[in-house]
Ligand binder design. Structure first.
Ligand SMILES: [Zn+2]
Length: 983
């Protein structure tokens, strides 16, 4: 009998949390026995070695057999970034409960995936379980025991590959650290062995912990006006009053059995681990993070028949296939059963703004080809939860590559406006639409707590027409993915009053249901998905941007010339070398490498990789002849530069301060330049939160005057303007070539700044409300004003090779050879176009961009097609040897504007020629086709497959041998030679 029922929820919850923390969690593993730990610190350079070496199975020549020495509790075990192998031996005592090895390598209870990790192997080299801060056990007996570990006499030996990855993310706030590279000898070691013992695992305590979490976490989200609140509160209190685990669980049974409301939100919970392909660790560590995560996932799939795990990135699967063939076979079995779902179909989760059009096509074609060969299937959902914005080319690219759906989440990070939808039809620059979803939990690494579910259900902005959303759960970045706690919670929330319904299943089932439910009511968002954050990633680590742009330009030239040599001369097409080059380019477009947000180690290796890649690609250029550039299908000889700055078309005067005083179009007499044209502008750049990522709006309000003396002199290359500021030196060289309406600028910088930003200011006398910026296969228009919050938030945007502004009778283009960040704003008398050249953030790489850099720009008077041609010119690599190349495919334009963007041989190695063609101005174009060889032409999808004969709802370009292109429409054409095999 109770007297007055006095229930105070904050007291009950405080009591619950203390009971869970101090009384119940210690009961989860009843201590059984100690184990013996010996350790081998990897010798040589301390870099990881194959398991066979550490286990003494195959010791490479020149290396010693590993010598394992005792390691005691409390000992440090490796330097930062070092690897130490632990050999753990023990004897399992009799126990009615499952026995687990419990290991604590020195975990923190935060930054899961951001510090040390381990992978346990059997002595024969088979990985059985990974070890992480919230997943530090290996089951030895009972259901789900790691197979093949325990001997008949109860003894066992396990090896743990322990990685001392330093904690970089948990430093609040980000601070400058030298740990982005290996420390020298003598630095303190970061981790101590805290625990290694056998324990009896109590399933009842585990279940009670989850029951208490589920009911306790539910309470703050219930209304005290409803009976449910009081029933749950009373049940929790009764459970805490109970004197046994059994009685405590019994007290909660009834409230945990109440079914969800009929109209409760429905969540599809998908196991996931967002693993950045490199970030606060080098690429080599990602290979191990993926293997660890998959080992855990396989163990969990064995014990939970409902979990479905989604994994993206062909590259990550390929690493496991190379490093752990046995593990990969187990993954393949689970894929066949639908329990592991390969998603995304791209080579990596790339940056989704900066890569060129053909790069995005290849992300998809190489990724989908790998998935088809490895697993025999094709993903229908683009999977880019974490990339920093999404260009308006995506809907068409995705749909023409066979995708039906698009997933991201990142736009929830906006710093200014709130995106109005979570589920919608996204319409790209060409008008193509794709069904798109942002998981409303605002995370891709959920832990399946009541708070996350409630946030998702209330946050979901399309409730009026949809009841479905996605929840991606699991620790990313080497945190081990989903764990048994998350799954236990998911089961409790399957059908529970006061929470959304949670169903464990695959993402494509969610998309199919959500799309069917919305029907044609899906709201439409048109244009790019601009991320109002991380604007600095368009500039940080500029060598990544330059390496990527130059590799793309070289690949365009090499594939075109190699295809021509194959068709005309019967030369061998270097398929394997090109595949290899593309794999390198695609990996480095990962969304923390190309954006420049990784540690120093990653970017140092990437700079070396880009340099080697350029050499390898140049070696693939066929043909001989005078030096030149391949621009479109034309060979352009390098032409002399005029130092006098008057070529009869344009006339420019440079003042003693190095600023262009006058830039006149002699054909019309129009003055193009406004005051300040050609100025280099320095700004103080002290970010608020994410150094390498963010270009905060206060930065552009903080100019720093350059005070050093200016030297202006005529040189053979043009008029050179040199100045110094602090330890940095800057040279801007102006030049003109005969016969062009272009003023060329070469900017050379020896950059020794910290926390500064450099822009080039090019104000022109053009009155316009909008600027047009090149994006993949087209252009995006953005305002030059700040009328609305959303307009203002785009104070730094991405442009590919050009920006164009126009008023009636006058157009001016600015083209670049290697920058992406840019702003275009209104100034008195016209418009200032300001490409961003350099930053110098301190985290995660304190020496970001220190050193010498060269940038090339051209400013031209002309329309958008002329601007595009100038961008082709400026970006085409100068080759030592180049023969004249007659075009393999020419367009006879009848109306509008279109180009052949790319020429290559077909991926199927049939010898067919593939031509990627697109409309360029956002209108319509018609053209005849003139193949440069005897060929029949068919249209394919982006992946070079025949177009479906029925049900294809995208515009088809090829009709009766002619092209009919809509706005920015892409057409992939297959040119089959009579002699090459039938496709
Ligand atoms: Zn990421």
């Amino acid at each position: 009998m109770f007297g007055l029922v006095h229930l105070n929820s904050s007291t009950v919850l405080a009591r619950l949390h203390r009971v869970v923390r101090e009384r119940l969690r210690p009961l989860l593993h009843e201590p059984l026995a100690d184990v013996s730990v010996t350790a081998w610190r990897v010798d040589g350079d301390g870099e990881p070695v194959p398991a066979a070496h550490a286990l003494g199975l195959e010791v490479p020549a020149g290396r010693d057999k590993p010598a394992y020495l005792p390691l005691a509790i409390g000992d440090t075990w490796a330097p930062a970034w070092g690897t130490t192998w632990l050999r753990i031996e023990g004897q399992v005592p009799e126990s009615a409960l499952p026995v687990e090895l419990v290991l604590d390598l020195g975990w923190f209870d935060h930054s899961v995936g951001g510090h040390c990790e381990g992978l346990a192997y059997r002595p024969d080299g088979v990985p059985v379980k990974a070890l992480h801060p919230r997943n530090g056990w290996v089951r030895l007996t009972g259901p789900g025991a790691a197979p093949g570990v325990l001997a008949a006499d109860g003894s066992f030996t396990l090896y743990v590959e322990a990685a001392a990855n330093p904690l970089l993310l948990g430093l609040p706030p980000f601070v400058e650290t030298a740990l982005g590279e290996k420390p020298g000898p003598g630095e303190p070691e970061p981790y101590r062995l805290v625990a290694a013992r056998l324990g009896a695992f109590s399933p009842d305590v585990f279940a009670l912990l989850r029951d208490l979490e589920a009911s306790g976490d539910l309470l703050p989200h219930l209304s005290a006006d409803e009976p449910r609140y009081w029933r749950v509160l009373r049940a929790v209190e009764a459970a805490l009053d109970a004197t046994s685990v059994h009685d405590a669980r019994a007290a909660l049974i009834e409230v945990l059995a109440q079914p969800a409301h009929a109209s409760a939100h429905r969540m599809t919970a998908v196991g996931h681990a967002h693993i950045d392909s490199a970030w606060l660790w080098p690429l080599r560590e990602t290979r191990r993070k993926v293997a660890r995560t998959l080992t855990n996932v396989l163990a969990l799939l064995d014990t939970d028949p409902e979990m479905v795990y989604a994994m993206s990135s062909a590259q990550q699967f390929a690493w496991v296939q190379q490093d752990h063939p046995e593990l990969f076979e187990r993954v393949r079995d689970r894929v066949a059963q639908g329990r592991i779902v390969p998603v995304g179909g791209m080579w990596v989760e790339s940056d989704a703004v900066m890569p060129g059009g053909e790069s995005l096509v290849r992300q998809i074609s190489y990724g989908k080809r790998y998935f088809a060969e490895a697993f025999g299937g094709e993903s229908e959902v683009v999977w880019l939860p974490d990339s920093f914005g999404y260009s308006g080319a995506w809907p068409q690219l995705a749909r023409r590559a066979g995708y039906r759906w698009f997933l991201t989440q990142k736009i929830s990070w906006n710093d200014t406006t709130v995106f109005p939808h979570h589920t919608f039809a996204w319409e790209g620059i060409d008008g193509t639409r794709i069904f798109t979803h942002f998981p409303p939990a605002d995370t891709y690494a959920a832990e399946v707590t009541a708070a996350e579910l409630r946030h998702a259900a209330t946050n979901f902005r399309d409730k009026a027409i949809s009841s479905h959303s996605l929840l991606l759960f699991g620790y990313g970045d080497g945190g081990g993915g989903p764990n048994r706690e998350m799954l236990a919670r998911a089961h409790r929330f399957h059908d529970l009053e006061g929470a959304p319904r949670v169903e464990l299943r695959g993402p494509e089932e969610f998309f199919a249901d959500a799309e069917a439910e919305m029907g044609d009511q899906a709201p439409v968002w048109v244009g790019e998905l601009y991320l109002e954050l991380h604007r600095g990633t368009l500039t940080s680590q500029i060598a990544m941007k330059q390496g990527n742009r130059r590799a793309e330009a070289l690949l365009r030239t090499v594939e075109h010339l190699a295809a021509a040599a194959a068709v005309r001369d019967g030369a061998d097409y270097p398929y394997a070398e090109l595949d290899d080059a593309w794999h390198t380019v695609l990996l480095h477009q990962f969304h923390d490498i190309l954006p420049g947000s990784s540690i120093s180690w990653v970017h140092r290796e990437a700079r070396e990789t880009y340099a080697r890649l350029e050499e390898r690609l140049r070696a693939l250029v066929p043909g001989t002849g005078a030096p030149g550039r391949l621009v479109g299908s034309q060979v352009v000889r390098d032409r002399p530069v005029l130092p006098t700055l008057d070529n009869g078309i344009l006339h420019a005067d440079v003042g003693p301060d190095g600023i262009v005083r006058q830039l006149t179009d002699l054909r019309t007499g129009r003055e193009l330049a406004l005051p300040g044209f050609g100025a280099l502008c320095l700004f103080r750049d002290e970010p608020v939160r994410w150094d390498a990522w963010d270009l905060d709006r206060h930065v552009l309000r903080s100019p720093v005057p350059m005070t050093g003396p200016v030297i202006v002199e005529a040189t053979g290359a043009g008029v050179a303007v040199t100045r110094r500021h602090g330890g940095s030196a800057f040279t801007v060289t102006y030049a003109m070539r005969p016969g062009t309406a272009r003023l060329e600028l070469t900017v050379e910088v020896d950059w020794q700044e910290r926390e500064h930003l450099l822009k080039l200011s090019l104000p022109v006398a053009v009155h316009t409300m909008r600027a047009r910026y090149e994006t993949q296969y087209g252009a995006i228009e953005r305002p030059t004003h700040e009328n609305t919050l959303a307009d203002e938030a785009q104070y730094e945007v991405c442009s590919h090779r050009w920006v164009h502004v126009a008023e009636p009778g006058l157009g001016v283009g600015v083209v670049n050879d290697s920058t992406y960040g840019c702003d275009v704003r209104r100034v008195p008398g016209g418009t200032d176009i300001r490409p961003t050249l350099l930053r110098a953030p301190r985290f995660p790489d304190p020496d970001t961009d220190r050193g010498r850099h060269t940038f090339r720009f051209a400013v031209l008077a002309g329309d958008e097609s002329e601007t595009r041609a100038a961008a082709d010119d400026l970006n085409a690599p100068l080759l030592d040897a180049l023969a004249d190349v007659a075009p393999l495919l020419a367009l006879d334009l009848e109306s509008g504007a279109a180009v052949v963007d790319w020429i290559k041989l077909a991926d199927d190695r049939s010898g067919d020629v593939i031509a990627r063609v697109h409309e360029t101005l956002g209108g319509s174009a018609t053209a005849g086709l003139r193949p440069g060889f005897d060929a029949t032409v068919t249209e394919t999808d982006l992946l070079e497959r025949p177009l479906p004969t029925t049900g294809y709802d995208l515009p088809i370009a090829l009709r009766d041998g002619r092209l009919f292109l809509g706005p920015y429409q892409i057409a992939t054409l297959r040119l089959t030679r009579p002699s090459s095999k039938e496709y």
